[in-house]
Design a protein around this ligand. Structure first.
Ligand SMILES: [Zn+2]
Length: 205
């Protein structure tokens, strides 16, 4: 399954301090095909920067859907993680965004709100920008719209380290983490509660 993993995760796992421990193994309903044929295994790893992390992996024997999930093993209080990005240094910060966490790029109002099939992942701040760009390109495909062009240009400049912005992770279960200096953690506030309400709306659908 290694080819489905983010390269940052692959790199961390190669530096794991000891063999992974199998925590759980179960067969659950597949979010892609709806059949109870998705076999998921969860492993505890100890890796640099993050310490103990739980990695979930699985494959649906019916449709081939592949599941992967990451979260930190030691759960903290729910928190708002604020990353002030001024350039290339912060773009390289490693982070775990757990399945239930929401993302916000404050200055642009870009939001990534978890839905029922959301999973956790390890990436960098730059990786988050690429994810937003992928979503934007999908939304704007075949449209010649000035808003699309402006947002795409902004994201491309941000990826080059030419924009300053604030990345917020609303970590509702205390299982996300960002490794870096320009990182601040605060209690969940109204800004995060608004995103939490949105994620509940997705779950009710
Ligand atoms: Zn399936």
């Amino acid at each position: 399954m290694a080819e489905d993993r983010d390269s940052e995760l692959e790199d961390l796992l190669s530096k794991a301090k000891r063999e992974p421990v199998l925590l759980a193994e179960e067969t659950v309903v597949c979010p892609a095909c709806g059949k109870p044929t998705l076999k998921v295994r969860e492993y505890l790893y100890e890796v640099p920067y993050f310490g103990k992390i739980v990695l979930g992996e699985g494959r649906c024997s019916n449709c081939g859907y592949r599941y992967s999930d990451v979260r930190v093993a030691e759960v903290s209080e729910p928190k708002k993680i604020i990353v002030r990005v001024n350039g290339e240094k912060e773009l390289r910060y490693l982070l775990i965004k757990s399945a239930t966490a929401a993302l916000l790029i404050k200055e642009k109002g870009y939001e990534m709100v978890p839905g029922p099939a959301s999973t956790g992942f390890i990436t960098t701040v730059e990786g988050i920008l690429h994810r937003f760009l992928d979503v934007l390109e999908a939304l704007c495909a075949g449209r010649d719209d000035p808003t699309c062009r402006d947002n795409k240009a902004w994201l491309e400049r941000a990826i080059e380290g030419l924009e300053s912005f604030t990345l917020i992770i609303c970590d509702f279960e205390g299982t996300s983490k960002v490794v870096g200096d320009n990182v601040e953690e605060k209690p969940i506030d109204e800004e995060c509660e608004r995103l939490y309400e949105k994620s509940l709306e997705y779950l009710r659908r």
